[in-house]
Design a protein around this ligand. Structure first.
Ligand code: HEM
Length: 375
């Protein structure tokens, strides 16, 4: 290309603005090339991509959540009407609300599958125990987001969920006061749960995700089950198999996450177009007649059998059990075969949870909370 002589007499060459030049400019400033570090090829299998897919889903939830917050009014007399406004009047409001609901369900599923993969492959073992602990925290925060989200729609189901929230808060005595209306008379509890849903829990979630990702980067993704031990034992065929597995740039792994994440969002969008997010009956404080969402259903029968206390102590016991997993696994190997008893125990626990959920779904709603019937 011909150059032009400038005022200084120097000849300036005009470069064409092609994609490489633009990429070079950005990379020089942001150092994005550093993201192309090698990761094991198995990181690209869908089982090892579930954590990334979950994160993509969380980003969609943040985006749709920010949109819904523009219209939602957390004052109790206005709350339900504002949800109806979102459905009937706000631009794209119905679709965005449905998408938010379906993505919350799908993300809970990918999150549970991710935790199951980590469990099945023994990836929580040393030195990754604390990343498992961060993961258990993420599970708790995610369930907290689903729970508070249920209350916000301020229908019968949301109201009953709030009554349980208050009862459990009272069971905790002084430590649970935040979860009850007694905490302050200046702000309705619905508004405080709204703040928890849109600020406190998302900030906690993102902080935990940051720790989780830093630890994944620090330790690298775990080897396939059994590989490390066999390599240490000098079984060269396995070492060769690992070498043959090869490596891929992390940027390529990111593209895999993007592809699966878009697919998940497409499924969520399809569901959003076909099935509306629920908005139940207007609140009737004299009756208890709804059931919780599927992730809380296994707990539901215990309320009949053991009373409301079980809704506090069973989840606490379950979370302590989950936190303990990396510290009680003494199998000395991540091999699925060597850990078969642990895997079998997990299969039994999952079967019991599913059976409880099915039983709960089939049962008739019963009066549980003290307020129900009391007005
Ligand atoms: C918001 C929720 C979560 C997100 C976004 C997330 C994301 C991720 C990502 C991207 C990875 C890299 C490997 C992979 O994708 O499989 C990972 C690894 C890991 N996650 Fe999670 N995770 C979440 C929740 C959990 C939960 C609930 C647990 C366990 C209870 C957990 C435990 C772990 C462990 C121990 C690793 C290291 C495993 C390895 O190196 O193979 N995570 N997570």
């Amino acid at each position: 290309m011909a150059g032009k002589a400038g005022a200084s007499g120097k000849v300036s060459i005009r470069r064409p603005w092609n994609a490489d030049a633009v990429w070079g400019w950005i990379d020089e400033r942001l150092g994005l090339q550093a993201l192309a570090y090698p990761v094991p090829a198995h990181a690209n299998s869908v089982l090892y991509t579930l954590g990334g897919i979950t994160f993509f889903g969380i980003l969609v939830l943040l985006g749709t959540g920010i949109y819904l917050t523009q219209f939602y009014h957390a004052d109790p007399p206005e709350a339900r009407q504002s949800v109806e406004y979102i459905i009937s009047t706000a631009r794209l409001g119905d679709f965005v609300r449905n998408l938010h609901f379906w993505m919350a369900n799908l993300v809970t599923i990918t999150l549970l599958l991710h935790a199951l993969r980590v469990f099945a492959t023994g990836a929580y073992r040393a030195p990754r125990e604390l990343n498992w602990v961060a993961g258990v925290g993420l599970l708790g925060v995610t369930l907290g987001l689903v729970f508070t989200g249920t209350v916000l729609k301020w229908d019968q189901e949301g109201w009953e969920a709030l009554q349980h929230n208050e009862e459990i808060g009272e069971l905790l005595g002084g430590a649970g006061i935040w979860f009850t209306s007694d905490f302050t008379t200046s702000t309705p509890i619905l508004e405080r749960l709204f703040i928890a849903h849109v600020a406190i829990l998302p900030v906690l979630l993102l902080a935990l995700v940051a720790v989780h990702f830093l630890l994944v980067k620090y330790h690298g993704v775990s080897s396939l089950p059994g590989h490390d031990e066999q390599r240490q034992a000098g079984k060269t065929d396995t070492a060769q198999a690992m070498q043959a597995e090869g490596q891929v740039p992390f940027t390529n792994h990111l593209l895999h996450i993007l592809g699966w994440g878009l697919l998940l969002t497409a499924v969520g969008s399809l569901l959003a177009l076909v099935v509306s997010a629920p908005l139940g009956e207007v609140i009737d404080p004299s009756e208890e007649k709804t059931k919780p969402l599927w992730m809380f259903l296994p707990l539901y029968p215990f309320e009949d059998w053991l009373g409301i206390k079980s809704l506090l102590w069973l989840p606490i016991a379950a979370f302590i059990g989950l936190l303990a997993v990396p510290f009680i696994d003494r199998f000395g190997s991540s091999s699925v075969r060597r850990r078969w008893i642990l895997i079998a125990a997990a299969v039994v626990v999952i079967a019991v949870l599913v059976a409880l959920a099915v039983y709960a779904q089939a049962s008739t709603p019963a009066e549980h909370v003290a307020e129900a019937g009391g007005g």
